[in-house]
Structure formats: C-alpha cells, structure tokens
Design a protein around this ligand. Structure first.
Ligand code: NDP
Length: 307
C-alpha cells in the first residue's frame, strides 16, 4: 500500500497516475481507516508522530520536498529508505527564481523602484554581465540546474560544494578551506545548500564579510543557513548591497523582525520551488520500479551526510 499524506489536490493527481501506471499498488490518502501494517510506501512532508511504531512495515519514505532537514532521522529505523524530491517541475521553478533574483539585482530593479516612488527619472551606471561574478553554494541537483540556467547571460560563474566537482564554464571550489577564495570575488551569492549540522549558520558575519563590499545574497535554501542579525549588520554598514530571501528562520518571521521592513531586503514566502505532482508522480513511479528491481534509488538520502 502507498499512503499519500499530501494535500488533496496533489493526492488526487498521484492517485490517478499511480492507478493508471501501477494498478497493483493500493493507494490511500489519509491515515484513518488504513491498516498500518499494510503500508509499505509513504509520501509526506511532515513526519507522522511515532512513524516507526505506527507503520512497522514501511520500506520507503518519500519526502514531498527536496530538503529533508525537518525529518528526525534518529527516530527512523535504519532499514527505512528515505527519498527526497528531485523532480523537473520543482527544479525548473528554482531556476526561474534564481534567474529572477540575479537579473533583479544585476539590473538594479529595486533601485529603480525606489526612484519611481520619488518620481525620479535617472539612469544608474550599468554593469556588463562579464563584470559580475555569480556564485552558487551547493552543486547538487538544483545548484547545477541554476548554473545551467544562468549560463546564457554571460556572468562569470562559480560553484562551491563539499566534494570537488568539474562543470564546464564554472569555476568550482570545494570544502571549507576553499570557501574564502570562492567568496572573494563574488558579486551575487546564491545559497542552495541542504541544511545540515555543517551548513547551519554558515552564512555568518565572518563568512559574509569575506564577500567584496557591495555584494548581494539570495537565500533560496533554508532560513537557518543565514544568521539574520549578520545580514542586518552588514546591510547597515553597506558591506552588503541587497538581500533576497525566499526562506527565513522561523517562517514566517515575527512582525517585529527588522528584515521585514528593511529597504534593501526582498522577502518571498518560501515559493521559489513547489513540487508539481504531475511531474513528481513520474519520479515516484520510476523509484518504486527501481526499488522492486533492487536498484539504487534516485534522490535517496545518505543519513551520514544528512542530505
Ligand atoms: P542536493 O542534495 O542535490 O545537493 C546538495 C549540494 O550541497 C551538493 O553539491 C553538496 O556537495 C553540497 N553540500 C552539502 N553539504 C555541504 C557542505 N558542508 N559544504 C559545501 N557543500 C555542501 O540538494 P538539491 O540541489 O536538490 O537542493 C538543495 C536545497 O535547496 C535543499 O536541501 C532545500 O533545502 C533547498 N530547496 C529550497 C526550495 C525552496 O522553495 N526555497 C525548494 C527546493 C529545495 P557534494 O556535491 O560534494 O555532495
């Protein structure tokens, strides 16, 4: 049995596609009325309380999102396979958001909006794409796709990851020892790291101060990557120019948080990428098939690494 704990609309789409392509799998949309012993596969965002005790025969836990930092891995049996979402619909939205953010910053849109509010018609000095270095932290599925989408604009591109990568047209750096060099010439920094013990709070005063004066930051990964007080301090000292946040910690920020009203901060409510069930269903079905054949699963979380 496949238990789907997604919202009604997504469940409906997955039910339709699963029934068509894998009719042998029984599908359930809510926990009530289900024999918990029959549940072998589950799709969820929130990890149900007492999951391991309630569903002793669960074999694969699919997460609706690409990040699994909210799962309590210590409470999950070690034999349970955990799979995060790697689907083209979500990836495409992340590419669009990153491009939107980079172009907004590179073409000074917020400054022109501010001028418009004062009825000021004034052209600001423009920067050539080749003069701008756009750097992506995290060269995973989404980080690499974002770099691919940015390639067409002619920026100098950099990437940073845990282990070394080689990507054509991208200067790649890895590990903490190469982080300062990666940041040193960065004009626009995009965070696409998973949230782990190693990456929590990584965007601190110390790290962000390594960026050249006037750099901007786009955080579209998790709010806890960024030390929010550091952002306010570095914006107010003009070390940072602008910050775009799709994620915050907590979500939403409390009304009194200074980031809400900071004139050089743009906040969106965690909308950079959403799982599109029409395309996610194909990913889930392909993984169920791989599981049955005893193959490695796509997007399987390595619990030791935490992503
Ligand atoms: P992946 O797991 O595919 O990639 C993670 C990347 O981060 C890898 O390149 C990895 O390095 C690197 N990394 C991990 N730890 C470190 C570290 N300590 N130091 C340096 N690099 C590190 O993730 P995705 O690309 O699929 O997703 C990235 C994140 O985006 C998700 O975890 C999620 O939090 C966020 N997200 C946000 C959304 C939104 O709507 N705002 C929507 C979807 C995702 P290596 O390659 O060496 O292993």
């Amino acid at each position: 049995m496949f238990l789907c704990l997604a919202d009604g609309n997504r469940s409906e789409v997955l039910r339709r596609i699963l029934e068509e392509r894998m009719p042998e799998i029984t599908f359930a949309e809510r926990e009530s009325g289900v024999d918990p012993h029959a549940v072998r596969f589950m799709l969820t965002w929130e990890q149900p309380v007492h999951l391991a005790d309630l569903y002793p025969n669960l074999e694969v836990l699919f997460c609706i999102g690409a990040g699994v930092d909210h799962f309590a891995f210590d409470s999950l049996p070690s034999r349970l396979r955990v799979v995060r979402m790697v689907e083209p619909g979500l990836t495409e939205q992340m590419q669009h958001y990153a491009v939107m953010g980079v172009l907004t910053l590179a073409r000074d849109l917020p400054a022109y909006q501010a001028q418009q509010r004062e009825c000021i018609w004034r052209q600001l000095p423009s920067r050539t794409p080749a003069s701008l270095c756009v750097s992506v932290m995290g060269l995973g599925h989404i980080g690499r796709a974002v770099l691919e989408a940015l390639r067409q604009f002619g920026y100098r591109l950099r990437g940073w990851s845990r282990t070394p990568h080689v990507i054509e047209g991208v200067d790649c750096y890895s590990g903490p020892e190469e982080l300062p060099r990666f940041l040193a010439e960065t004009n626009i920094l995009i965070c696409l790291l998973p949230l782990t013990d190693e990456t929590r709070g990584l965007l601190s005063v110390e790290t962000l101060s390594t960026l050249p004066r006037g750099a901007s930051v786009i955080n579209m990964a998790r709010g806890a990557h960024l030390v929010q007080e550091a952002v306010v301090t570095l914006l107010d000292s003009n070390h940072l120019d602008r910050v775009i946040l799709d994620v915050t910690d907590p979500e939403p920020l409390p009304p009194q948080n200074p980031l809400w009203k900071h004139e050089r901060v743009i906040i969106t409510p965690h909308i950079a990428g959403n799982t599109i069930m029409e395309s996610a269903a194909g990913y889930i079905i392909a993984n169920l098939d791989r599981y049955r054949k005893g193959l490695l699963l796509d997007g399987e979380v390595d619990r030791h690494k935490g992503y």
